[in-house]
Write a protein that binds this ligand. Structure first.
Ligand code: ATP
Length: 322
């Protein structure tokens, strides 16, 4: 294999740049040229690419976002769009392609792998941690630390004003960010899609807590594809148990920022492993890390199968908030 391509697609995630750096340096050490494709599948379809050498990836390990930029590309969902992408790949002489993205990127990658003759390997980069086949995705650790910092700050205000706060975090359709930032931030309750809590149950729990002497509380809410959902919950709580609350929606601040050490190490490890996988002839896999070992999962499994939350961690929230 003489030339490979690399692109970042879907939502940006802290650690994408560290992953690009590791992939480029691993490939160039093996005398393989790397073409950086701009703006995800959009840039692939429209032939926006340039050579990335070792120097191009200097001083990017600490930067959030992605130097290659990213996008959502509806055209890639059509057979015609993907056929155009295949032509561009052939004309550029790309023999292997690295896809850095989340489940949507891997859905597209699964189709592309069936429709072209080049090898494709994915690397899970999403703050949501919702890819099956890896314990953690690149960007998740930074996102939960960003959420945690916000929760800690809000706790100061909640304590000082004796207030109930709902802190809404991202996570696509999952509660991974809510669960880990909630445990780390000492949340009194969690509202996550995996274990739904009815409004009556939440109100009963909060009523009990305030009756028992609590003067403030933090409930971490997973947005679960309904950003702003916390306002509805706050209104229900006000109506049912007459407790005033405030809502804080963290939103996109969870996406940006310098990656944590953990994310940089994971990104470096998976970026290098992905290139090695391509060079050893692997095709149609995502490279992840399970129990500290590199793991290869068929691209289709990464989005068809569901990764569950840890029941052990879920139990902790109510046990520790008493
Ligand atoms: P994140 O989880 O961080 O949002 P993602 O990779 O899931 O990242 P998406 O916007 O869902 O982000 O997907 C990225 C791109 O992958 C889409 O813009 C589209 O080009 C392609 N894609 C998504 N789903 C499909 C599909 N079913 N068929 C073909 N391509 C798809």
């Amino acid at each position: 294999m003489k030339r490979i391509g690399i692109l970042t697609s879907g939502g940006d995630a802290p650690g994408m740049n560290a992953c690009i750096r590791a992939a480029v340096r691993t490939a160039t050490a093996a005398n393989v040229e790397v073409l950086g494709i701009r703006r995800g599948y959009n840039g692939l379809i429209h032939n926006e690419m340039a050579v990335l050498d070792r120097k191009c990836v200097t001083n990017i390990i600490h930067r959030g976002g992605t130097i290659l930029e990213t996008s959502r590309c509806p055209e890639f969902k059509t057979p015609e769009g993907r056929a155009r992408a295949v032509r561009v790949l052939d004309e550029a002489g790309i023999a292997g392609l690295l896809l850095l993205g989340g489940d949507g990127t891997f859905r597209g990658g699964t189709l592309l792998a069936d429709e072209c003759n080049i090898s494709i390997v994915g690397v899970p980069t999403t703050i949501d941690n919702d890819a099956y086949g890896t314990d953690y995705t690149i960007g998740f650790d930074t996102a939960i630390n960003t959420a945690l910092e916000a929760i800690d700050r809000i706790r100061d205000t909640a304590l000082s004003l004796e207030r109930l706060f709902f802190v809404e975090v991202m996570g696509h359709h999952t509660g991974f960010i809510a669960l880990e930032s909630g445990i780390a931030g000492g949340a009194e309750e969690l509202i996550i899609p995996e274990t739904p809590l009815s409004s009556e149950e939440l109100c009963a729990k909060l009523k009990e807590a305030f009756k028992g002497g609590k003067k403030s509380a933090i409930v971490v809410v997973a947005e679960a594809e309904q950003p702003g959902y916390s306002f509805q919950i706050a209104q229900e709580v006000k109506k049912n148990i007459d407790v005033e609350s405030r809502v804080c929606i963290l939103g996109h601040i969870q996406r940006g920022g310098s990656p944590t050490a953990r994310d940089r190490v994971l990104a470096s490890s998976l970026g290098a492993a992905a290139v090695k996988a391509l060079l050893s002839g692997k095709n149609g896999y995502m490279v992840g890390e399970i129990n500290n070992e590199i793991a290869y999962t068929a691209l289709a499994d990464t989005w068809e199968k569901k990764k569950g939350l840890s029941p052990r961690l879920e139990e902790l929230v109510s046990l520790l908030s008493a």
